[in-house]
Structures are given as C-alpha cells and as structure tokens.
Design a protein around this ligand. Structure first.
Ligand SMILES: O=C(O)Cc1cc(O)ccc1O
Ligand SMILES: [Fe+2]
Length: 450
C-alpha cells in the first residue's frame, strides 16, 4: 500500500481539501457550498463549551450523513458493555490482582472469520455511557476486513492500541495506518472502517486494546516545571488528509449506542468528504517518538512522567484515563531501587504489553496479555525482579530494549466482565504467586548497637 500523507499537530484547527477550492472562501455554511457539496457540522463538545475545550469540524461531502435507511438492531451483538453495575449478571467484580495470558476471542476461528467491530469484547469498565460518566476497556481480535461496513460509536471516544498487525483505518477525514507501536484516537460519532493485512489470520489475528472514555476527550498532559517541550510533542500527532470516494453502492453502517449495536443501510459511501476544516479530527501517534524523561539523580519517579495523553475528570489532576507508556529508556539513578516500586494506588491500573518484557515482571506478563491492579490492591515487582534489582550494580542501564508496555490508569474502580473473569479462559489463576516468594530481609540492629 502507498505511504499515506498526514497533517501534523495536536488539537489544531486543520483544513484539508482533496479537490482545491472545496472549502468555502468565507464562513462555514454558504448558501451553496463549493462544487455542489453539502456542508455538515459534527460537534465533539456542546456548542457552548469554553473556547479552549470546544471541538467541532465542518465536513464538505457529496451526500449528507442523514441520507440513510432507518436504524434496526444489529444482528450480532458484540460482547460489549456500556454500564458497569457491580451486581449486573454480566459483571464479576473482584479486588484480586489479575493477569491474563495473551487475549483472544473464539469468533476469530469461525470459517468466515470476524471483523474489528464484531470482535469487540469488554474486559472491564466503570460508570455508564448514558450519563457520560466513566470508561470501558475492550480488546479486539480480528482476521477479516470490514469491507463496506462502517462503524461509529455514540458512547465515547476510542483510543486504539494495536498489539499485532497494522490497522488500515479509513475515516470520514481520510486514512490512517496504525501499526503496533502507534496508537490512534477515533472520537465519538466519527465513522470509520478497519481493513486488515492479508496475513491477519485465525492463528495470528489483528489484536489490540481499546480504552473508551464516555466523557471528555484525550488531551496532552500539562508539563508544569518540565517546561514547554517534552513527553509527547504536539507536532508528532498525525491527522488524516481529506480523501473521498464517490460511489453508488450499498453500505452497512453500524452504530454503538448505549452499549447496544444498531445498523442501517445507505446507497453511498460514508467516506465522501471532499474537504474539511476544524479541530474534531481523528489522529495517530508513534509511541517511539515519545520523549521519555526520568530521574538523573536518585529515586524512581511516579509513572505519570510517562503520560502520553490524559482524559481529565472534573477533579483537577485526576484522570478518567491516563494513557501511560513504558518505552525503552536509560536508568541511571543512584542508590535507587530502579524497577516500579511496591504500590497501593487510589487509582486503578490496567496494563497491556505490546512487545517485549516489562521491567516490573520477569515473566508472565506477555505481549497481548493484560493485568489489572484495581483501586487499593497492592502490587509491585515480582519476587525475581525484586531480588535482582535490590542487588544489581547501579551502572547506567538501558531497560526495555525492544519492549513497550502501557497503562490505562483511571480514577474509577474497574468492574471486570463475566467474560474477562470466567469465560475468556485466559485469566492466570496463580498470579498472586508472583509475590508469594518475597522473603523477610529485616535485620534489626542488635541491642548493643542501639
Ligand atoms: O507496574 C505498575 O504497577 C505501574 C507503575 C510503574 C511505575 O514505574 C511506578 C508505579 C506504578 O504503579
Ligand atoms: Fe502500579
């Protein structure tokens, strides 16, 4: 496939024209839009949201989105939840530290295969989409392209983290290629289709993690005393450029609304946007461009120093979801226990492994696997990592060569689904043993020394 072009920058007001002169010369909604196009606004925030939060785009398209058949229920309802009450029959909550072997779903083995949308499966979440309160964490595991099926999510924004195989994502705004070690964000309401490479098979499906936030949008974290540069640099976020198709053919549009799936037909491509302007635009980011900052004297900084994007809650500094990564990096701190410390957090920590070995776990946290250390559940380095790191010579040392793990850290208590706990067959029953070998090293000073 040819290399795609992108527009760089985070949160910009972009303008893109597949045909020059397709954007109005003045304003957004002239009496007649250029080239006989329809003007359509898509809102990502309330009209009256403060200016620095306000997000919307204007699309100049061949047919307006409303030109479609009636909604009907979608035949196969993916195993997706958008409401996480602890006593629901679909939910099995537990404060137990949890870890999963590489995750997969059975549908990928069906003779016809399964596409991105139909493979969506919820692992855990909090709150509910209906009141725009909370988040959900899903996986996808697919081996079939969506073809002329398009999807949009009315429940929240999707932060997609591919772990295996590139996703070729067509959006209303143009195309994004999203290989592993990249992420993309497709916001609420934006239509997209995922095509897969030919070598995405039942044995090695396209697989990854998704964080869906029901309220707000992902932002770059404040940098405080770090200064004006560092962490994820705004210029490294890439938005698509307008690309349209002018077709008369049958499309199936699938919509997730309150966790239920609906569909409708239309006789024209949803990807008929010839030009757009605005700041409500999907984007991708290359995690290897992250500027990792750490201690150059002593002590292990909190992992918030590795925040790529944050979706803030209404409490300052407290996130619905922080997307945090653990890229390869130098550890140089003196007289310091260098791996992640023993920890009890008032936030919940869901982790995934894209590739390699994570520095807090010598084994068992595998690429494609996941872990959940829920609110207040103690966790930290496993026994082997603890013993090694407490005795290692403190030379400058590069950790995580060829590795990349990440964390969705949330202020919410995360309720796990019945599928994640009892049906996936991937939950590691003996994960608690990672810490059972920790020895007592206490040596009180003898009374003569006191
Ligand atoms: O592995 C974890 O639990 C995540 C984590 C990493 C780190 O560097 C410090 C604290 C922390 O919770
Ligand atoms: Fe932690």
């Amino acid at each position: 496939m040819p290399e795609l072009r992108y527009n760089n920058g985070f949160g910009n007001h972009f303008e893109s024209e597949a045909i020059p002169g397709s954007l109005p010369k003045l304003g957004n909604a002239p009496q007649k839009a250029p080239h006989g196009l329809y003007a359509e606004q898509i809102s990502g925030t309330a009209f009256t949201a403060p200016r620095h939060k306000n997000q919307r785009s204007w699309l100049y398209r061949i047919k307006p989105s409303v030109n479609h058949q009636p909604f009907k229920p979608y035949k196969q309802q993916p195993r997706v939840l958008a409401s996480f009450h602890a006593f629901s029959p679909d939910i099995e909550v537990t404060p137990q530290q949890l870890r999963w072997d590489p995750l997969s779903t059975d549908a990928v083995k069906a003779p016809e295969g399964v596409d991105f949308v139909d493979s969506l499966t919820t692992l855990c979440g909090a709150g509910e989409s209906q009141t725009k309160d909370g988040l959900a964490i899903h996986i996808y595991c697919a081996n079939k392209s969506m073809g002329r099926k398009s999807f949009y999510n009315s429940d929240g924004d999707l932060l997609i983290v591919p772990q295996q195989h590139t996703l070729h994502v067509t959006t209303e705004f143009g195309k994004l290629d999203v290989p592993p070690l990249h992420i993309c964000v497709v916001q609420r309401g934006l239509k997209f289709s995922v095509q897969l490479p030919d070598d995405a098979t039942a044995d090695r499906p396209a697989r990854g993690y998704i964080c869906e936030v029901y309220k707000g949008h992902f932002e770059l974290p404040d940098l405080g005393p770090i200064g004006a540069n560092g962490l994820a640099n705004p210029k490294d976020f890439e938005a698509p450029v307008a690309a349209y198709e002018d077709t008369h053919d049958e499309w199936q549009i699938v919509n997730k609304f309150m966790g239920r799936f609906y569909e409708f037909q239309q006789d024209h491509s949803p990807y008929d946007v010839v030009a757009f302007s605005g700041n409500y635009v999907p984007y991708r980011y290359d995690l290897m461009k992250y500027n990792t900052i750490g201690s150059i004297s002593y002590d292990h900084p909190d992992p918030s120093i590795f925040t790529v994007l944050t979706c803030p809650s209404d409490s300052a500094g407290t996130a619905v979801c922080d997307f945090v990564i653990f890229p390869p990096r130098w550890l140089v701190a003196e007289d310091t226990f260098r791996p992640p410390y023993f920890h009890r957090n008032c936030m919940s920590e869901f982790m995934g492994n894209i590739q390699g070995v994570y520095d807090a776990k010598a084994e068992g946290f595998m690429p494609g696997g996941a872990s959940l250390h829920n609110m207040n559940s103690a966790h930290g380095p496993d026994t082997e990592t603890y013993e090694k790191a407490s005795n290692a010579p403190l030379q400058p040392h590069k950790v995580g060569q060829g590795s990349m793990s990440f964390m969705f850290e949330s202020a919410y208590q995360l309720a796990t689904t019945r599928w994640a706990i009892s049906e996936s067959g991937k939950l590691q029953q003996d994960y608690w043993r990672a810490w059972s070998g920790l020895q007592k090293h206490f040596q009180p000073p003898s009374s003569s020394q006191q």
